[in-house]
Design a protein around this ligand. Structure first.
Ligand code: UDP
Ligand code: MG
Length: 320
């Protein structure tokens, strides 16, 4: 195998998956050999408390294509993917879960779609899922929202089985719980050819799911962050400043109108109500104050952006 660029890097984030690892490794090995791929498997141990890391070490002794990264504590799947992506060297990078729910048999076709059909990213679609209803139902809802918000036609954003052109994984920054939105991050980084492949999905064989009901809340908050960042991340003033100015003008205009109305009625000796007796006046004042606050928030955002390291982080594709 050529030392530096294998055909495929398989990145596997894992947290307490000791039982699955030998089986998964053997299966990946079989598929790779059958198709004569050069490969590496990067196991990222996300602070497991069981014997997972020991397994990775043992497997590495038998097979030099195996690499391992171990976190000192549990940072989450996104962090594990981030570090795996950083280490990956293959022409195509495939991510898969460690729990044997994703099938390595899908790898050759994913590889072909990237290298021959020119996709930047191909996401798996667990069309027939083997998960409890409490998981599949929210997931449908969530995918529909993500589709609507991002304009990316995928059925299964959060599928652990995905394939990427190497350049893509080096350009997206997965943090927080953003692993659910890598296609959105990729699109945002300028990779437009995003495809989908129906993949086999199996019930979990060993161990337990690592995500509970909080996944839904976190999922939505992250979706909002992603959408917001992609639209206004580089220019918070456009959002906060715009909204703030609008509120300031509406509030200020209303207050001036109320005062003018009172003065007019006074000079013409018409019956009148004191400005401070009218609820509208207080609403207008609140709007002015909130408007100023929003404007300030936008301004501070711009100041912080101006002084932060990645203000000029532009992704350059090629140079001549
Ligand atoms: N995982 C991880 N860190 C975590 C939680 C999960 O690396 O904090 C890994 C886990 O070991 C598995 C993959 O992410 O390989 C998907 O997790 P899981 O199968 O529990 O998710 P589900 O299939 O229930 O969506
Ligand atoms: Mg799973």
């Amino acid at each position: 195998m050529s030392e530096n660029t294998p055909n495929i890097s398989v990145v596997v984030p894992l947290y307490n998956e000791e039982e699955s690892l030998p089986e998964l490794t053997a299966w990946i090995g079989r598929v790779m050999e059958a198709h004569r791929f050069t490969y590496e498997v990067i196991f990222v141990d996300d602070g497991s408390r069981d014997a997972s890391w020991q397994r990775v070490c043992d497997l590495q002794k038998e097979n030099p294509c195996i690499r391992g990264i171990r976190f000192r504590r549990n940072y989450g799947k996104s962090a594990a993917l981030y570090c795996g992506f950083e280490a990956a060297r293959g022409e195509v990078v495939v991510t898969m879960d460690a729990d044997l729910q994703d099938s390595p048999d899908e790898i050759p076709e994913l590889y072909r779609m990237i290298t021959e059909e020119g996709y930047d990213l191909v996401s798996g679609w667990k069309k027939k899922r083997h998960d409890p209803l409490g998981k599949t139902l929210p997931s449908r809802f969530f995918n529909a929202t993500a589709r609507l918000a991002s304009g990316i036609r995928l059925h299964d954003f959060n599928c652990g089985l995905k394939a990427y052109r190497l350049k893509v994984v080096k350009s997206v920054e997965v943090y927080g719980e953003m692993h659910r939105y890598i296609p959105i991050l990729a699109k945002w980084a300028g990779f437009r050819k995003i495809g989908e492949k129906v993949v086999h999905h199996r019930a979990r064989k060993y161990g337990v799911s690592k995500f509970g009901w909080e996944r839904m809340i976190k999922g939505y908050l992250d979706l909002i962050t992603v959408m917001f960042m992609s639209r206004f991340g580089k220019s918070p003033m456009y959002f906060f400043g715009g909204l703030g100015t609008l509120m300031f003008l509406v509030g200020g205009g209303t207050a001036i109108y109320l005062i003018a109305e009172k003065l007019y009625k006074q000079t013409h000796a018409l019956p009148l109500r004191g400005v401070t007796d009218q609820p509208l006046f207080y609403i207008a004042m609140a709007a002015v104050v909130i408007g100023v606050q929003l404007f300030l928030a936008g301004f501070l955002g711009e100041l912080i952006g101006r002084n932060s390291g990645d203000r000029n982080r532009y992704l350059i594709d090629e140079r001549l």
